[in-house]
Design a protein around this ligand. Sequence first.
Ligand code: FAD
Ligand code: DLZ
Ligand code: SF4
Length: 522
Amino acid sequence: MPHNPILIPILGDQLTRTLSSLRGRSKDDSVILMMEVWDEATYVKHHKQKIVLIFSAMRHFAAELRQAGWSVDYVKLGDADNAGSFTGEVARAIERHDPRAIHITEASEWRVQQAIEEWPDKFACPIELLSDDRFICTHAEFRDWAEGRKALTMEHFYREMRRKTGLLMEDDGKPTGGDWNYDKDNREPPKTMPEPPPVPKFEPDDITAEVITLVEARFADHFGNSAPFEWPVTSAEAEQAADAFFEARIECFGPYQDAMVHGSDALYHSMLSTSINCGLLDPLDLCRRAQKAYANGRAPLNSVEGFIRQIIGWREYVRGFYWLHMPGLAADNELNADRGLPEFFWTGETDMRCLSDSIRSTQNNAHAHHIQRLMVLGNFCLLAGINPRDVQDWYLAVYADAFEWVELPNVAAMILYADGGKLATKPYAASGNYINKMSDYCKDCAYSVSKKTGEGACPFNPLYWHFMNRHRDRLRSNHRIGRIFATWDRMGEEKQREYLESADNFLDSLVPASKGWARNED
Ligand code: FAD
Ligand code: DLZ
Ligand code: SF4
């Protein structure tokens, strides 16, 4: 190892060879530090597959860097003197290497960035913090864009990103095809859907197998199944997964984006979020590949525009939104939701078929697709008034792609309206009707989606009106939702009472989660 080097700590979601802290550095006078630490693995009790993914991807990345000639100091979780935290491990690495400076790319999460910002007070050597330019929009750009706006409308931000990247833009500054957004063409129900091609699966190699053994030994009480583990853990594997998406699934990505089919976990989704978020794939490169698929006539504009919008629109937007509103966002609870998360979110044991299938996919793959997260699981939490803290912990723990910067805005603001409408102009509330339209769940459900109240009625139906009624004062002035109250008023008192009683009976039957699923109690 070089003497008096530049020490470069690389975090578990910074597994990118062109990371800002690596660029321009000499291999001869740098030491890269990678750390498996207890604090990160347990600040929420992550799904077993999420820990396998991160540790295995980190170990593979370290091996690739060594192969390329870098000096890598890799601390494993099982090492006897592991300090347990990033700060503790950096302190130990300073003792070992006596670095002349530390260069680190900013953390993606507020919690970790706070810790890094304390390092200048703790450590004698100079610290250079570099911005993370794997994102398209800088923090300053987002703040400037948000400044003075009454509403932070994603669609407006997205157009800025289209202009900035030139993606799907014509020479005259107009959007390709004449429209910015083709979402109206992207709501096909599953009835018409061709059989989706299989998603590539990646067999665990020796490195991954060793990590699976570690996770089974040390995190046995964490949620989810560790096997079969099939996620890409190297950039080469992630590129293969991307190739498969651009060859066979992008064509139907748009139309069937909102469809849900029992037992079918990927459908036409890319399944690339785990690789993008830990740095194995470059989001902008994926968008360029999507644009090429359109140019080559292999995918229609509505699919390609939809995919690009998810990445340079939603993904960049939620990241900007997170940094603009932290730390307050994590504590927001505009609707005063105070019910505990039901136990069935952890066991999958519920007769509600849409929920049990979404939770099954979550248990087996540490993944559920967007519309399951939004309109089944999220919609349930919103309507049932589950407290934001429990919901945030659940989503952060159970998904392999969950890092707080992307999870929290989606949970607190998009599904729970806990931010009071800074992100979404109205709560994404829906009755069973929506789920029935977009899925095949209802036909074999123990509940009847057409029954509105009473025994056997789909719980989403009375819960919808219970939600609207209890938040009437707050929501009726909202022009996108206010008209709903006219329908409620026309129902008459008896019908209204039936809805409210049915919902109350259902809510009373919910068993709150036993303690200890999401957070360590000590
Ligand atoms: P695709 O459907 O193929 O979409 C392509 C890509 O677009 C995704 O890989 C992702 O990078 C991006 N994307 C799509 N929607 C969003 C969005 N709303 N926010 C940010 N990026 C988006 N995504 C995460 O990466 N991590 C999370 O922790 C996460 N939590 C979510 C929680 C809730 C309540 C909701 C409603 C959505 C959440 N999402 C999260 C967004 C989305 O559900 C996942 O990105 C997607 O399901 C990942 O699967 P995919 O790669 O097949 O996505
Ligand atoms: C998610 C995660 C886990 C489970 N463990 C580690 C770890 O031991 N070491 C590490 O560097 N990163 C880990 N991560 C990802 C980090 O939580 C993530 O990189 C930071 O939170 C980003 O701010
Ligand atoms: Fe879900 Fe209701 Fe349909 Fe059952 S009937 S699957 S609970 S929406």
